[in-house]
Design a protein around this ligand. Sequence first.
Ligand SMILES: Cc1cc2nc3c(=O)[nH]c(=O)nc-3n(C[C@H](O)[C@H](O)[C@H](O)COP(=O)(O)O)c2cc1C
Length: 187
Amino acid sequence: MESEFFQKRRSVLAKKMLAKTIPDEDLKKILEAGIRVPDHGALNPWAIKVIKGQKLKFIDEEIILKEFKKENPDANITQIEIESKRLQRASVVLAVLSTPVEHPKIPEWEMVLSSGAVCMNLLSCAQSLGYASQWLTEWYAYNDKMLEYLGARKNLDKISGFIYIGHKNEEPNERRRPDPKKIISYL
Ligand SMILES: Cc1cc2nc3c(=O)[nH]c(=O)nc-3n(C[C@H](O)[C@H](O)[C@H](O)COP(=O)(O)O)c2cc1C
C-alpha cells in the first residue's frame, strides 16, 4: 500500500465533529473522487444529495424533528434536543441514494453494492483530506418523508447512508477491529 492511510483510517463520531465550514474546493474533490467506484454496466445506480448551510437546519427542523415528534408524542426534552440538531452536527452531509434500474443481466444486488461503494469511497476521500467523517443511517434513513424530500422514488430507492463530514476536534481512538484469523481463510 502506498501510504498508511487505509491501515489507519478511522471514523469520527458525528457528535464529536466541529461543524465549521468546509471549503467548496475540498467538497468538490471529495464528491468527484467519491463517485469513482466500481459499477457493473456503468449504470450509475445511485445519487448524492449535498446538504449544507441552511439546508442542514431546515431538514433537521422540518423533517427529522417533525417526524420524530409524530412517532414519539411523549418524547422528553433531551430527546427533542437531539433530534432537532441531527444533521447540524456536521459541516456537510452527503445523502447517498441507491437508485437501481431495470436491467436484463445485471442483478439489483450489484447495484445496491455499488451504492455502498459510493458511501465508503466518499467517507475515505473525506478522511484522506483530514476531515472527520462518519457513515450513518439512524432512524430517519428509513423515514418516508425523508425519502420523499430527497427525491427518492417510492418503493424503489433507498438511503444507503448519510456521510457526515466535519472537522476533527481531536484524533479518534482506535476501536476494536475484527480478528483477521476469524474472518479470512485461505483456500
Ligand atoms: C450502512 C451503515 C450504517 C450505519 N449506521 C450507523 C448508525 O445509524 N449509528 C451508528 O452509531 N453507527 C452507524 N454505523 C457505523 C459507523 O459508521 C461507525 O462509526 C463505524 O463502524 C466506524 O468504523 P471505522 O472507524 O472503521 O470507519 C453505520 C455503518 C454502516 C456501514
